[in-house]
Write a protein that binds this ligand. Structure first.
Ligand SMILES: Cc1cc2nc3c(=O)[nH]c(=O)nc-3n(C[C@H](O)[C@H](O)[C@H](O)COP(=O)(O)O)c2cc1C
Length: 278
């Protein structure tokens, strides 16, 4: 099989969102596979002591690589956390053959370079009808659930600890929008709360961001508000979710003028090419 242009695939992967723009990934490409590793040198021990958010970030990078491969005409299987003794070896994409890229493959791949910067103030305009349903469907193939927050104002108040008196989640830019604005807020998670669940959630996040961008929307992942396991467990219980939420995603109409874009690490810094095994 023709070898993919791995530099191009990894360049796409490095456009994925990452907690604090830490870009905590390293890639190793052989002719028929791409391995994705957590880059310990980029760890955020205070902000992200369990690496939950960095593993989610790497999950998004895996998904961006898959999207780039599909658009370049390659089919692949994704394996998460193959037990090879290296806990930082998060994923392997094994090429399985060629494919004719679909219109959607191409659109999503083009979207990778046109994502709206995270954190922009969203316009108070309605999002397309049925968006929440569509996003729920997009999450299924990853074993994740996506659920709109039924009462954003109520959840925001509760996240702030106003009605719980327990763990306090910071107010401010990370708080979901209140009533009167039209962006939507969804919670996203898997069944568990381990690296596997974080990777699945990251992959679904990557997909959601691209689907939303292709719809002309901006989407911001917000996970810091959910960083304490107790907060995640409490939301799971309150909303009867299948697992603890891994992130909030705010989706809405982007502002007219875009803000500053983040700068991906150079591909040469994150990609190592190796010969075929055996
Ligand atoms: C797992 C994860 C958690 C994030 N949490 C937050 C957050 O709590 N608040 C925020 O403003 N941005 C958050 N972000 C967005 C990042 O700050 C953003 O992706 C990064 O700065 C790179 O910018 P870009 O996505 O526009 O390329 C998060 C991103 C990821 C992947």
């Amino acid at each position: 099989m023709e070898v993919p242009d791995w530099a191009q695939v990894v360049a796409a992967a490095t456009r994925a969102p990452s907690i604090h723009d830490s870009q905590p990934w390293q890639f190793v490409a052989a002719p028929d596979r791409l391995d994705v590793f957590l880059d310990r040198d980029r760890a955020l021990p205070v902000l992200d002591p369990t690496a939950r958010q960095q593993v989610i970030s790497c999950g998004s990078a895996v998904e961006f690589a898959v999207v780039a491969l599909s658009a370049a005409g390659y089919d692949g299987e994704v394996y998460l956390l193959t037990d090879d003794g290296d806990p930082d070896h998060l994923a392997t994409i094994t090429l399985t053959g060629r494919r004719e890229p679909t219109e959607e493959d191409r659109t999503l791949a083009e979207t990778i370079g046109h994502r709206h910067p995270v954190g922009a103030a969203l316009q108070p305009r309605a999002v397309p009808t049925g968006l929440a349903d569509r996003l729920q469907e997009e999450g299924h193939p990853y074993g994740t659930w996506v659920t709109p927050v039924p009462e954003p104002a109520e959840l925001a108040a509760w996240l702030r600890g106003e009605s719980s008196g327990g763990d306090v989640v910071p107010d401010g830019p990370d708080a979901p929008p209140g009533e009167g604005t039209r962006p939507i807020v969804v919670l996203l998670g898997a069944d568990g709360d381990d690296r596997y669940a974080w990777l699945q959630s990251g992959r679904a996040l990557g997909r959601l961001l691209l689907v939303a961008t292709a719809e002309g929307l901006a989407a911001s992942p917000l996970t810091q508000v959910l960083d304490r396991p107790a907060v995640r467990a409490r939301i799971q219980a309150r909303l009867s979710l299948a697992g603890p939420p891994q992130m909030l995603v705010r989706i809405g109409r982007p502002p007219e003028a875009s803000g500053a874009e983040s700068k991906p690490r150079p591909v040469g810094e994150v990609l190592r090419l190796v010969p075929a095994a055996g």
